[in-house]
Design a protein around this ligand. Structure first.
Ligand code: G4F
Length: 342
């Protein structure tokens, strides 16, 4: 069989780097689209010598068309997004331009080029689209997004389905619940916690400030999820799949597990924005609440039901929540003191 070619948008992010590594190891020719940035961060993909990089922009339809026309990928993984839910409340228009119109531009390019099964699109849909829909959530759950990020992702989700039905394109949605790794950006709560706990252990800071400790998330491991994204595009017919662990934990649980790794037990006292997390032995305040970190509207509980993916793809996550926390902590215990000394 001839070598397959893939194009990954958003290749410099956690998922892009994990997927590029995975596909290169599978023998793909892998092209990655990166944004122009005055201060580029390519740290996650620096080791991938075989990755072919291109400048691109999800708000530039001509650019997207030319990339598809030149590269002619067998598989496109659209991972590029304004991915921070809280920030999307500050920049709703540009979030919609990137997260909703961006995928539409890819679909339009595919339609114009007349590709059918020859070019397959994976769209990174998100559990944030479920918003306030009661858990557990699966492919049949009614979407109730409650952030500009979620509404924009939902537009893209329906565009994928519409272009599939209207023009026979091979376009599929992976509705992925939260997935983390040591490559996760420090602006997301899991990595923010593991970085801070490791800096506290190294004596580089005293405490961490967080927002809503009671939000529940279904946290899996990014490597498992990117393998699932690939499996979604290997099916004969395009379809939409939830990828999730089926288990949910609070932000508070994550904090307690991370501190436990460095031998600290957290005792909570106070309520609401007065709540504090103290070291059980020393009484030191290690966790405080910052009201600025609360979102105007919050997704309270995400618990995914990935039984369709298990049944049809044979997919199931391998890494447990405890192993995820341990893995991220292990990486940051090495990284954090070194970065701060350098
Ligand atoms: O880590 P988060 O920012 O992830 P969030 O909002 O769930 O979104 C992530 O997962 C989605 C899939 O469901 C993706 F589509 C999206 O792109 C992104 O990858 O926040 C998780 C929870 C939230 O409830 C938030 O309110 O943690 C809570 N939280 C509490 N304190 C905090 C903080 N979140 C952040 N980022 N920073 C805090 O200090």
């Amino acid at each position: 069989m001839s070598q397959k070619t893939a194009l990954i948008t958003g290749v410099t992010g956690q998922d892009g780097a994990v997927l590029a590594d995975f596909l290169i190891k599978k023998g793909y020719v892998v092209h990655g689209m990166r944004d122009y940035s005055a201060v580029p961060d390519q740290s996650r993909i620096a080791h991938l010598e075989d990755l072919k990089l291109h400048y691109g922009d999800m708000t530039d339809g001509g650019n997207i068309y030319r990339l598809l026309e030149t590269i002619k990928p067998d598989e496109i993984y659209n991972l590029a997004a304004m991915s921070h839910v809280h920030v999307s409340f500050d920049v709703p228009e540009s979030t919609a331009n990137i997260n909703a119109m961006g995928p539409l531009r890819i679909l339009e390019a595919m339609r114009t080029m007349g590709v059918q099964n020859d070019m397959r699109l994976y769209q990174a849909s998100s559990s944030e689209m479920f918003g306030r829909a009661p858990a557990p959530q699966n492919e049949d759950t009614k979407f109730e997004p409650c952030s500009p990020y979620g509404t924009a992702k939902l537009y893209a989700y329906w565009s994928v389905r519409n272009y599939r039905d209207a023009y026979g394109l091979y376009a599929a949605n992976g509705i992925l619940f939260n997935h983390e790794s040591p490559l996760r950006g420090e602006e997301f709560v899991t990595r923010k916690i593991t970085c801070a706990v490791c800096e506290i252990e190294a004596g580089l800071r005293q405490k961490i400030k967080l927002g809503n400790l009671n939000a529940m998330r279904d946290w899996g491991y990014a490597q498992d999820y990117m393998e699932g994204a690939w499996q979604i595009l290997q099916q004969d017919r395009p379809d939409d799949y939830v990828l999730a662990t089926g288990k949910s934990y609070t932000v508070r649980d994550f904090v307690e597990r991370a501190f436990a790794v460095i031998g600290k037990q957290i005792i909570w006292d106070g309520e609401g924005i007065q709540e504090q997390g103290r070291d059980k032995i020393t009484g030191d305040i290690l966790v405080e609440i910052d009201p600025a970190l609360f979102r105007p509207t919050e997704v309270h509980a995400l618990i995914g039901d990935a039984s369709k993916a298990k049944r049809i793809l044979g997919w199931q996550p391998k890494i447990s929540f405890d192993d995820l926390v341990a893995d991220m902590m292990q990486a940051d215990r090495i990284m954090k003191p070194q970065i701060n000394v350098a």
